[in-house]
Design a protein. Sequence first.
Length: 70
Amino acid sequence: MPLSMVNQGEPHIVSRVGGKEETKRFLESLGFVNGSTVTVVSSANGNLIVHVKDSRIAIGRDMANKVMVN
């Protein structure tokens, strides 16, 4: 399921990162790599604040749709 659809506060494991090659590289540089744990901290107006690799990152819904989690 895409990261944009998960509940707040539940940790999930990244299973796949989609999109164009430059989008994949950008998301991987932020820490969204296969096997990493990601938790949605908050969601407002389609934007997400997520906790990944000991950092909090804000991403838009379009980017969150490209990150698949278990």
